[in-house]
Write a protein that binds this ligand. Structure first.
Ligand code: C2E
Ligand code: CA
Ligand code: CA
Ligand code: CA
Length: 277
């Protein structure tokens, strides 16, 4: 028993150091990817439920990995957050989106705003206001074409600086969206205090829309309260015609999801303007 215990420890140590090595390797690879700008941004439309018109695009980052192909953010955002690479990565995305908006403007088509996901750590970083202003100026983008998506958790316990940053952004004309609403612990009253413009309801709620009466009741309550507090409502993760029809009946303002369009590379994103509802 003594020996096997010892072996057990050795086995554990071995696995443990393998895991550390693997982690370290993935970290270095991510640093390298940031230095060599291996990222691309995909765009997913958000449509007005009543008309099917595209009112905005959400910018979703992907890693154009040299050997693995297009890698989704769930595989590297958490590591970037942990290792403090998220600010650099976030700044890269801000710049890319501004460049894309400037390019779309040259094509002569009407350009709709793009919302950018900002992690809590990045949002609380004191540089964000300046960096965003600089990117907007450098590319000559009208500030109202930029919107920011922030999760409840990243701002709810934020102090004065966070509220100050939010107001400064809104003064520039930048709309602020609550991302993944319903997955955190905040109440709508708290969000109202922070004066968000748009509420993006997490797809867990959209999924329940046509499954149960409770799901529909809950969504209705969220819409009613958000409207009373002066916020527009976006349903995330709309995957069927039935869900979209229910949202229309509930007077939800906007919808986003695979049923309308998957996130697409910029070359194919902008021309699709109206979607069947
Ligand atoms: P999110 O902000 O909630 O973005 C929506 C995610 O849901 C996207 O996944 C999108 O592709 C996916 N989605 C859209 N419609 C549907 C649908 O109908 N059904 C289902 N099942 N999924 C749908 P994606 O692109 O893999 O992004 C995952 C998360 O990674 C995002 O969740 C966001 O939290 C984060 N992320 C993406 N881009 C960035 C970025 O530039 N910066 C930061 N900090 N985070 C990002
Ligand atoms: Ca988002
Ligand atoms: Ca979301
Ligand atoms: Ca999310």
């Amino acid at each position: 028993a003594k020996t096997s215990g010892k072996n057990g420890y050795r086995f554990f140590d071995q696995r443990f150091s393998d895991a550390i090595r693997d982690r370290h390797r993935r970290e270095l690879e991510l640093v390298h990817a940031i230095e060599h700008d291996q990222f691309v941004v995909y765009y997913q439309p958000r449509v007005e439920v009543a008309t099917g018109t595209t009112c905005s695009f959400e910018a979703l980052v992907r890693w154009a990995h040299p050997t693995r192909g297009i890698v989704g953010p769930d595989e590297f955002i958490p590591l970037a957050e942990e290792r403090d690479l998220i600010v650099e990565l976030g700044e890269l995305v801000l710049d890319k989106v501004c460049a894309q908006l400037a390019f779309w403007a040259t094509t002569g088509q009407a350009v709709v705003p793009v919302s950018i996901n900002v992690s809590g750590k990045h949002f609380r970083d004191s540089r964000i206001l300046r960096v965003l202003k600089e990117a907007i100026d450098r590319h000559g983008v009208p500030p109202h074409l930029v919107e920011l998506e922030i999760t409840e958790a990243s701002v709810i316990d934020g102090g004065e600086e966070v509220i100050h940053a939010m107001h400064a952004l809104q003064k520039m004309g930048i709309a602020l969206l609550v991302d993944d609403f319903g997955t955190g612990y905040s109440s709508l009253a708290q969000l109202q205090r922070l004066e968000f413009d748009v509420l993006k309801v997490d797809r867990a709620f959209t999924r329940e829309l046509n499954r149960s009466n409770e799901g529909r009741v809950l969504f209705t309550a969220i819409i009613t309260m958000a409207h009373a507090l002066g916020m527009r409502v976006v349903a995330e993760g709309v995957e069927s015609r039935e869900q979209l029809q229910t949202l229309k009946a509930l007077r939800c303002d906007e919808a986003q999801g695979f049923y309308i369009s998957r996130p697409l590379p910029p070359s194919v994103s902008q021309p699709m303007f109206t979607h069947r509802v």
